[in-house]
Design a protein around this ligand. Structure first.
Ligand code: PEP
Ligand code: MG
Length: 747
């Protein structure tokens, strides 16, 4: 078998491009392409497999295998050698395919007579589109040059797909952006939305993946890399950076100046790719590596390289992030990931957000929750499939997304939204009525907030006040530490908007997953149990003091409530309180007004605090159970780990036992107690908490209506008797008995 030369590769790409330029339907073009590749690679077989949906590959065109198998043969991701290439994005090259581990015999294709197999992924910037395969009878390993040549061809096919070259008679590549697709992700924020796709990162369109003249392309890539290097150098020079930030940017700069990176792209151009396609080919390789690197530091560096490739593409194509396109009427943002500040910039104009990555505790999720925008995360593949303007349905309750939905699906979805709207209307009627149970017990319902934008919900939801104001959001969305006066103005506006209703400001809860972009990241083995919240506040009291000053100034003589997050023992509370009191004194000494009344409380989020001495309960002005953290530490089940976060029931009798103990101790000490974790907003959990003695619950504004409605229909004393009986019986969870009781009550 003769070795292929560089010019062979270039010739093939040119033939490919010319063939694709000829008129014809998608299928016809695909057939021509497979014929051409087999002819040029001197193999009997060339086949193109494409994704039907995220988990299934379909044989879409072949030269050499049986024609009847086209659009019939399908493989699951990971199944057979083709499935393996698709899953790993790594080529498979073997002289004896049937003896390979995982080989799957497909009799309908007639491939059993072919011994050698070479499969490479068809991918565009790491987005998997399919697999390109060549096979031959002679048992031989393909050379490195041949593997490389096929990868370059696959790259061109991927670009052509993006340009719609295979659109037409249905079943071919173009189906990627045509068919209805459903994504099963994870709930980031509940709620439903219908709208049109808005891609956060506009797709860069490469119109010509094949180089007409390699010399011209080489000049272009060298000039673009030169421009990129200057811009990165400028970036480094322009910023006033601390040592850590400098180190990170230096690494970034090193990549921009890397000879290896430019050399690989130059080789891709020599093989026949245009400058843009060469950048994308290297970017795909980076992304494939990214998904396989377990080390966080290395992953960050690969992210840098990915980011540099994006910049380079923008320089080459002149296409910026801002394409000038207008947001659609009901925009649903689709992205791999998004930062909190960027999400806030879109603000409430968005109907929904769908991310292919993200995490429940990410900053973007926190902002989406604060803005009450339905959010689905981990919708794998959505960025590949979605095009700007596509119809999209977001079901944040179930974590499901329908892209280009069938009419029947859309109709069912609209029914669901209509029912929810009706329910909201019913809840609106309850707005001014008290959350009073059938047996006359009154529960105070408050709302959780974190942004100025949340405050109007105080009026519309009928909340009695803000039971938890998460101050960290203001820190997370900035790229530098906010100033005291800036914060004082903001807190004052929050209090103004609350119109005399109580707002419990929680001091900064950072660390763990909430890392400030301008603070040195801590590489901790277990950040949720690490240096976070009040631990940071006490070790580095500057920010705590600054925040206390800002709050005192904002109150300007009005009542003020402050609470500390993540207190684990009495001493911590005393120390934190002393810092606040010192600031009150300082303000008084300066002649500034001090708060009319000052309540200083703590979040109860660690099991240890439930066992603190009674003096602790007496010393605190109020306590608020942070059920999200308390539950994760009680059950030792990470609240952000999908595998375990729903594993234990909040109505587990042991957990209720812990809450009862906290209630009893607060009663004994005469301390007000409330509950502000997510469970407070779930109606069944909320009535159970009320039944065992909690008199104040703080939740998302949208939950106030449903919770109030159930409280008003429940006899809390009777429910308490049911819970007591279940606990006495030794049931693990009281939920089944509670559900039965509530169902009976509803009759
Ligand atoms: C909690 O832990 O329940 C809580 C309200 O705090 P956060 O969710 O902000 O950690
Ligand atoms: Mg917490």
């Amino acid at each position: 078998m003769p070795e292929r030369s560089e010019s062979d590769s270039r010739k093939l790409l040119k033939r490919l491009r010319d063939s694709l330029a000829e008129p014809g339907q998608g299928q016809e073009r695909l057939n021509r392409v497979t014929h051409l590749i087999a002819d040029s690679m001197l193999t009997e077989v060339c086949s193109i497999y494409l994704f039907r949906d995220a988990g299934t590959l379909e044989l879409c065109a072949t030269e050499g295998l049986l024609a009847e198998s086209v659009h019939q043969t399908r493989l699951r991701l990971g199944e057979g050698l083709v499935g393996r290439v698709a899953r790993t994005a790594v080529p498979v090259n073997t002289a004896n395919a049937p003896s390979e581990k995982g080989f799957r015999f497909m009799p309908e294709t007639g491939e059993e007579i072919y011994s050698s197999f070479l499969g490479v992924p068809i991918q565009r910037v790491g987005e998997k589109l399919g697999v390109l395969v060549v096979q031959s009878k002679a048992a031989r390993q393909f050379s490195d040059d041949e593997v490389y040549a096929l990868e370059v061809v696959a790259m061109v096919l991927a670009e052509m797909t993006e340009l719609g070259a295979f659109l037409g008679d249905g079943a071919a590549l173009g189906a990627l952006h045509k068919q209805p697709v459903m994504f099963r992700g994870t709930t980031g924020q509940e709620g439903t939305a219908e709208g049109q796709v808005w891609l956060h990162e506009a797709r860069v369109v490469v119109t010509n993946p094949v180089a007409d003249d390699p010399e011209v392309e080489l000049t272009r890539i060298r000039a673009a890399v030169g421009e990129l290097r200057v811009s990165v150098d400028d970036l480094l020079a322009a910023q006033s950076l601390d040592k850590e930030q400098k180190k990170v940017l230096e690494a970034y700069r090193m990549f921009a100046h890397s000879r290896g990176w430019l050399r690989r792209m130059e080789e891709d151009i020599q093989a026949g790719l245009s400058a843009e396609a060469a950048v994308e080919k290297e970017q795909s390789a980076t992304r494939a590596r990214l998904s396989q690197v377990p080390d966080a530091y290395l992953r960050d560096r690969l992210h840098d390289l990915d980011d540099l490739s994006n910049r380079l593409l923008r320089i080459l194509t002149g296409q910026g992030r801002d394409t000038g396109a207008a947001l659609p009427e009901n925009p649903v943002l689709v992205a791999r990931n998004i930062g909190p500040a960027e999400l806030l910039e879109y603000g409430r104009s968005l109907r929904g957000v769908v991310l292919s990555e993200g995490s429940v505790g990410s900053h973007a999720a926190i902002v989406a929750r604060a803005l009450a925008i339905p959010l689905v995360i981990h919708a794998e593949g959505v960025v590949v499939q979605a095009l700007n303007g596509d119809a999209i349905l977001v079901d944040g309750d179930q974590g499901i997304v329908h892209l280009r939905p069938e009419e029947s699906v859309a109709a069912a979805f609209r029914d669901k939204i209509a029912m929810q709207t009706q329910a909201q209307l019913r809840y609106a009627d309850l707005r001014d009525k008290p959350a009073q149970s059938l047996d006359g017990q009154k529960i105070s319902l408050q709302m959780n907030a974190g942004l100025m934008a949340d405050l109007p919900s105080l009026e519309s939801s009928g909340a009695d006040g803000v039971g938890l104001f998460r101050t960290e959001l203001q820190f997370l969305i900035r790229n530098k530490m906010p100033k005291r006066d800036e914060l004082a103005r903001l807190y004052a506006r929050v209090m103004d908007a609350a119109k005399g209703r109580r707002v419990a400001f929680r001091t900064l809860d950072i660390g763990s997953d909430k890392v400030l972009p301008y603070m040195k990241p801590q590489d901790e083995p277990n950040p949720a149990m690490g240096w976070r919240a009040i631990r940071v506040g006490l070790d580095k009291p500057g920010v705590l003091q600054m925040q206390a000053q800002a709050l005192i100034r904002a109150a300007a003589g009005r009542p003020l409530s402050i609470m500390f997050p993540f207190i684990a023992e009495y001493e911590e509370y005393l120390d934190a309180r002393a810092y606040v009191m010192a600031q009150v004194k300082r303000e008084a000494d300066l002649g500034h007004p001090t708060p009319e009344t000052l309540e200083i409380g703590a979040m109860l989020e660690t099991p240890s605090l439930a066992f603190a001495p009674l003096d602790f309960f007496k010393a605190t002005d109020f306590l608020s159970i942070g059920g999200n953290d308390l539950k994760q530490f009680f059950f030792a089940a990470d609240r952000e780990n999908e595998r375990v976060r729903r594993r234990y029931d909040s109505l587990n009798a042991s957990f209720l036992g812990l809450i009862r103990q906290i209630i009893a101790r607060c009663d004994e000490a005469g301390t007000t107690l409330s509950f502000c974790g997510e469970d407070a907003g779930r109606p069944i959990e909320a009535v159970c908490f009320a039944a065992i003695g909690l008199r104040s619950l703080s939740m998302r504004p949208a939950s106030i209506g449903p919770v109030k409605s159930l409280i008003r229909r429940t006899d809390l004393a009777a429910l308490r008797a049911v819970i007591d009986a279940e606990c006495a019986k030794g049931s693990v969870s009281v939920r089944p008995a509670v559900m039965e009781f509530l169902a009976e009550q509803a009759k």
